[in-house]
Design a protein around this ligand. Structure first.
Ligand SMILES: Cc1cc2nc3c(=O)[nH]c(=O)nc-3n(C[C@H](O)[C@H](O)[C@H](O)COP(=O)(O)OP(=O)(O)OC[C@H]3O[C@@H](n4cnc5c(N)ncnc54)[C@H](O)[C@@H]3O)c2cc1C
Length: 510
């Protein structure tokens, strides 16, 4: 692509791209230019998820330099062994694009670049509200809104809190799954429970009649100016002394964290007012505990009466089924609408290479078959719960996959559980320019079908697109069926003299 641009010049290069690669996978440069694509999709019964897809064209060295310079000096315990190593910055994997072809990557530059990203997301909300008449959705990435290393550090704290629970209460997993009460805690601490600081810790724990929901008062942490380093302190069960689960964070870093949350809050608040739903993308496992936790908290806050925020679950991770069970329980206990996008996951090779290099357990499923069975198990679990929720279920799920068997399986489950195509409990998502033979028939059969619609200036989308080109080299080998269908249609048009035939759709999406 770079060579072509040098040879033919910028203008001709852009025209060639628009007629080929860019034109196939990207809807246009801005909110106005994408309108014809959105309208055409809608006329065939397909809705849109807008994804502002610009990516900086950084060299590997530059990306590594930025990532390492943005890392937090005190992040992680250098002597840490085992699974927690996963949440440490590692120079060898500082370029987060390593072996990632199908997801965009944001590298932290400064406050201004994060504000700019936020502005783009805000424009996307306006576009969804205007062009799609609020039937659409928008996609965001949390790493675009602040310093990603803060998410890494928060993820480590969350995992440390889980280990702490395991240490004092036994079992594994999130505190919610333990079903422990404050009285149980009192017993664990014995005489130490009378210490004022331990009492203060227990007073702040979030609990309900079924037990403890969170060890830390998350709504205060995310809402108010609560200091991160001071919030994540727990009593040592042996000594009763308070100890930090997080290393001391500087006031500047605390401020950066607040800013990241402020930006996210602003986006979601505006989306809610404009009746637009927001899907938060899932990223690498070392960010995910924090992204998921923040996302759940946003759901608790904004999904009280309707779906506003959707979290993403990557089913290639072995822990995802348990995470879903926990999050479903939290949604039920704290009474909010739970929206989820189910995907297989885009970072497989990087996850495996990083785990092997850093010496922690590979978090992904061992084979394609295991990933598929994990996807289907999660789907079955979620849909199995819909019937128990009566006429207006508070569960919404997007099956985001190009896999025909998975789409068929979802449809079969919907039938088994009496979920109608138009019930808006299950929707389907594929990328623009890929697997139209799945999305369009779904939309035309009355299912809620979406295309992920990337948009942005040619020049700024190309870095991401050129990585997608790599993916598609592998992908094209798989889509024999789609190629066959397209060739058949070209043949039909040639024979019937309809080479420039433009079908018109008269469908209305559900
Ligand atoms: C609308 C939409 C939104 C998306 N959003 C996100 C997102 O937020 N976060 C994200 O991470 N991804 C996201 N993706 C990408 C997604 O995770 C997959 O990478 C992509 O869709 C390919 O999976 P598939 O189900 O479509 O196809 P398939 O071809 O059936 O599956 C390919 C996937 O299977 C898994 N896999 C392949 N080989 C192995 C192996 N040897 N062992 C174990 N597993 C294996 C990998 O996850 C691989 O991507 C999104 C995809 C779509 C369509």
């Amino acid at each position: 692509m770079k060579r072509l641009r040098q040879v033919v010049g910028q203008r001709l290069f852009e025209a060639i791209m628009k007629a080929t690669f860019y034109g196939q996978f990207v809807a246009g440069e801005d909110q106005n230019k994408i309108r014809p694509t959105i309208d055409r999709l809608r006329s065939f019964g397909v809705k849109s998820i807008l994804d502002y897809s610009v990516e900086e064209d950084l060299s590997q060295e530059e990306a590594e330099k930025r990532e390492v310079s943005a890392s937090i000096s005190a992040c992680g315990d250098a002597a840490e062994e085992g699974q927690l190593r996963q949440y440490h910055v590692e120079q060898r994997f500082a370029d987060r694009r390593y072996k990632v072809t199908s997801a965009r990557t944001y590298f932290y530059l400064n406050k201004t670049s994060c504000e700019k990203n936020m502005e783009h997301f805000l424009r996307s909300i306006e576009a969804v509200a205007g062009i799609t008449k609020s039937t659409g959705l928008m996609a965001i990435k949390l790493t675009a809104l602040g310093r990603p290393q803060l998410l890494l550090q928060l993820s480590e704290v969350i995992m440390r809190a889980r280990n702490y629970m395991q240490q004092i209460a036994g079992g594994t997993g999130n505190v919610l799954t333990h079903h422990k009460t404050i009285e149980d805690f009192q017993r664990y601490f014995g005489d130490h429970g009378n210490k004022p600081e331990v009492q203060e810790f227990m007073r702040k724990i979030t609990s309900d009649k079924e037990g403890i929901v969170h060890l830390f008062p998350w709504s205060n942490i995310l809402d108010k100016d609560m200091n991160l380093s001071d919030s994540f302190r727990v009593p040592d069960p042996k000594t009763g002394q308070m100890r930090r689960l997080i290393s001391q964070i500087s006031p500047k870093e605390e401020e950066m964290f607040r800013n990241m949350l402020r930006r996210l809050n602003h986006i979601i608040m505006l989306a809610k007012d404009a009746d637009v739903r927001v899907m938060v993308d899932a990223e690498q496992t070392y960010f995910q505990p924090a992204i998921s936790r923040i996302c759940l908290e946003m759901m608790r806050r904004y999904n009280k009466d309707k779906f506003v925020v959707f979290n993403t679950y990557q089913t290639y991770l072995r822990s995802t089924y348990q995470e879903i069970l926990t999050d479903l329980e939290q949604a039920q206990r704290q009474n909010f609408y739970w929206g989820a996008k189910l995907v297989r996951g885009a970072y497989l090779e990087q996850e495996r290479a990083r785990a092997a290099a850093m010496g922690y357990e590979d978090p992904t499923c061992e084979s394609v078959a295991a990933t598929t069975s994990s996807f289907h198990r999660c789907l079955a679990e979620i849909l199995g719960r819909v019937q128990t929720q009566g006429k207006e279920p508070r569960l919404g799920i997007m099956v985001a996959s190009h896999n025909e068997d998975t789409v068929r399986y979802a449809i079969q489950l919907m039938k088994e559980h009496g979920i109608g195509p138009g019930d808006k409990v299950v929707c389907f998502g594929q990328l623009l320019g890929m697997c139209d033979h799945i999305t369009f028939p779904l939309g035309q059969a009355g299912y809620s079908a979406y295309k992920y619609v990337p948009y942005g200036p040619v020049e700024e989308v190309l870095p991401y697109l050129s990585r997608r080109a790599n993916e598609n080299r592998g992908f094209l080998a798989k889509i024999k069926k789609e190629k066959g269908l397209l060739l058949k249609e070209i043949g039909r048009r040639l024979v019937s003299g309809q080479l420039f035939y433009k079908p018109e759709g008269r469908y209305t999406p559900v």
